[in-house]
Design a protein. Structure first.
Ligand code: 5AD
Ligand code: SF4
Length: 434
């Protein structure tokens, strides 16, 4: 039986798709990248905001046509939309055959086989223990960089966020299985590992905390670059900063979602820090690791956000000047505390105009941060040939900046010293030091 898998959403979903591939391939299913050849089409979905959700529903309508042409074709939704809407999805999408949540992928082969009886199947339970410990991800990885999920779920319950409901409570993974996966990736020729978790620095296994795990990984695969995301601001400890500073193979980049620059809004969001505390965390990071990059997630138009709150966000962004940010307008998600108890009272047009304002501001900050590299010499991992011009290579420095430089005999996957000559709004331009 041939399966076709399409992935939406965050890195965690990309990783989960690898897990799904691994499970299905092991059970004798065959992967196809041609939708028309598939016997079952699976969409690994995201429900964090309204926009990705709409995109998925539109895609499903298109895929429905294939079902009309090929009667035996099955269609399944897996991932966050499955646990968000549960069996309501069958009511909404009559042509759907399967709904499976993020903690039930091991059951997928069995569930798919049951579909042969023309029955619809659903499993959206959230297991307290599912960590996919012994499954080596497979299938959709590409490039030099690989994800490793070290914890799943989230216990923070920010009032706007659906994640704790769609992915369940925090579950950290056994460090031995993480180290085994790191070594395997190294043997396979990968150059970089990205440790993933909704709340990566909340990792906790018996007595082992995140900074201890990070140190173990850095020592186990000293020739691999290690990145990690997403960090919860108040979980950045001195111990963690010391480990990041000590090991040259740990990248000097922190993804720290601010969400809002107004303490009043942060408190309504049930974030565990005030704006002043966030600024102190940034100060502490920069004191220990001055040449690091800090990125963020910022939201506009959360419940009751006033113009004064928005100006506070602008003020804080101007103070910090993040290297880059992912920015969103707030969309109310059914099931969250904010959906039930707070008023989604900022007009959509205002959410959008505030969003556009912070996007413009962030662009200028990203440019400012990139320009700070001009004249420096940086170690770059060559990742490939530039899509714009074949005469150039592109790669990244340890801060996650993209650098483009003239191609020479150096191999893709090697580390080279590059002098930074200039900067565009998004990319650094340099030359390899002989
Ligand atoms: N509306 C808009 N953005 C959201 N995010 C999470 N939930 C919502 C929502 N309901 C954003 C947050 C989070 C990122 C992954 O997505 O900024 O950090
Ligand atoms: Fe959602 Fe907050 Fe957990 Fe991030 S920390 S996944 S925003 S609940």
């Amino acid at each position: 039986m041939k399966f076709y898998l399409e992935t939406y959403g965050c890195q965690m979903n990309i990783y989960d798709s690898e897990i799904i591939c691994s499970i299905l391939l092991k059970s004798g299913f065959i992967k196809t990248s041609n939708l028309k050849k598939a016997d079952i089409i699976l969409l690994n979905t995201c429900s964090i905001r309204e926009k990705p959700e709409k995109k998925i529903f539109n895609r499903l309508i298109k895929i429905k046509c294939f079902k009309k042409k090929k009667k035996q074709l099955k269609l399944g939704i897996v991932g966050c939309l499955a646990t968000h809407y549960k069996k309501k999805l069958f009511e909404k999408l009559k042509f759907l055959d399967l709904i499976v949540g993020p903690d039930s992928y091991k059951q997928l082969p069995e569930i798919i086989n049951k579909l042969k009886n023309n029955k619809k199947e659903i499993d959206v339970s959230l297991a307290k223990k599912e960590r996919y410990t012994n499954i080596i991800p497979n299938g959709v990885r590409h490039g030099l960089s690989a994800f490793i999920s070290i914890m799943r779920g989230c216990d923070n319950l920010c009032t706007f966020c659906i994640v704790p409901y769609t992915r369940g409570r925090e579950k950290s993974r056994n460090p031995n299985s993480i180290l085994k996966e790191c070594k395997l990736l190294y043997k396979k020729g990968y150059k970089e590992i990205i440790l993933l978790g909704q709340n990566v620095d909340a990792y906790f296994w018996k007595k082992m905390k995140f900074f201890q795990l990070l140190e173990l990984i850095a020592k186990t695969v000293p020739l691999m670059r290690i990145r990690f995301l997403t960090s919860y601001p108040s979980n950045i400890t001195k111990n963690l900063l010391k480990v990041v500073k000590k090991y040259t193979n740990i990248c000097k980049h922190f993804h720290l979602p601010l969400q809002s620059g107004s303490t009043r809004i942060l408190s309504l969001m049930r974030r565990k820090y005030t704006v002043e505390e966030f600024l102190l965390i940034i100060k502490r990071i920069k004191k220990i690791i001055p040449d690091c990059s800090i990125s963020s997630d910022i939201m506009t138009g959360f419940c009751t956000e006033t113009q004064a709150d928005h100006r506070e966000t602008i003020r804080i962004m101007n103070l910090i000047k993040f290297n880059f940010s992912f920015m969103f307008k707030y969309s109310s998600r059914q099931g969250t505390y904010a959906y039930r108890k707070l008023k989604d009272n900022v007009p959509n047009s205002l959410k959008i105009s505030r969003l556009n304002e912070i996007i413009r501001l962030q662009k200028s900050h990203s440019f400012y941060r990139l320009k700070q590299n001009i004249g420096t010499i940086q170690e770059v991992l060559i990742e490939g040939i530039s899509k714009q011009d074949e005469k150039y290579y592109y790669g990244r420095n340890y801060k996650n900046d993209i650098i483009v430089f003239t191609k020479n005999k150096s191999k893709i996957g090697s580390y080279k010293k590059v002098k930074i000559l200039k900067s565009t709004f998004t990319t650094l331009i340099g030359e390899i030091i002989p």
